[in-house]
Design a binder for this molecule. Structure first.
Ligand code: AMP
Length: 215
């Protein structure tokens, strides 16, 4: 099974990608995590991406496509969850080519729906492991030991682009460039809406039902 997770910042795409990958063995491919790894390793791509990401803008389509295709090639036999990819119509078209190169198809596109108010609330408390990308929340789900990842022992921090100003910009970019993908995938008959506003514990059983429908 191959899935795309769509949704604005803080909607739970990453958290649920990690949940599904632990339960079903699908591999989470997060474009943001791939980019952050490049920034951390100070590669040429990472150097180009760093400022763009901190400002809350999108990294150029062709740079992201290259990273995502490499990762799809590596993980395709397990089934993948594309988390935060595609984010523009051009990327969606590039993805069609990548999928056809690798003889893959998308089974469903899940749109995680929340309000802007929920975005600000959730991202304001978000903490992320710099090593494995695991997501925490300062209040509702802190790491057992402050600043240290429960899974890999990596450093858990507030992301550089989780500031109020960058979130505002990222929401604007989402509305202008990513939201049109909802209609794009609706027309292809792939879209599933998921009300992602409730707390995580309440959402998990609902998400399990949705996954069952897709199997
Ligand atoms: P995320 O971890 O999904 O919140 O992404 C963090 C940042 O990485 C975004 O604000 C963009 O700057 C960049 N990014 C992530 N995914 C993409 C993408 N598909 N296309 C372009 N830039 C991306």
């Amino acid at each position: 099974m191959n899935l795309i997770f769509l949704g604005q910042q803080g909607s739970g795409k990453g958290t649920f990608a990690q949940y599904v990958s632990a339960r079903k063995g699908l591999v989470q491919i997060s474009a943001g995590d791939l980019l952050r790894a490049e920034v951390k390793a100070e590669t040429d791509l990472g150097k180009k991406a760093k400022e763009i990401m901190n400002a809350g803008e999108l990294v150029p389509d062709e740079l992201v496509a290259e990273l995502v295709e490499k990762k799809i090639e590596k993980e395709k036999s397990n089934g993948v969850i594309l988390d935060g990819y595609p984010r523009t119509l051009t990327q969606a078209e590039l993805l069609e080519k990548i999928l056809s190169n690798h003889k893959l198809k998308i089974n469903a596109v899940i749109n995680f729906v929340i309000s802007d108010e929920t975005t600000f609330k959730r991202i304001g408390g978000r903490l992320t492991c710099t090593q494995c990308g695991k997501i925490y929340n300062k209040e509702s789900n802190p790491p057992k030991e402050e600043g240290k990842c429960n899974s890999c022992g990596g450093e858990v921090v507030t992301r550089d682009d989780d500031t109020k100003q960058a979130i505002k910009k990222r929401l604007d970019v989402y509305r202008q460039q990513t939201k049109p993908l909802i209609d794009y995938y609706k027309e292809k008959g792939l879209l599933k809406e998921f009300d992602a506003k409730p707390a995580l514990d309440e959402l998990k059983p609902k998400f399990d039902e949705l996954l069952k429908e897709l199997e």
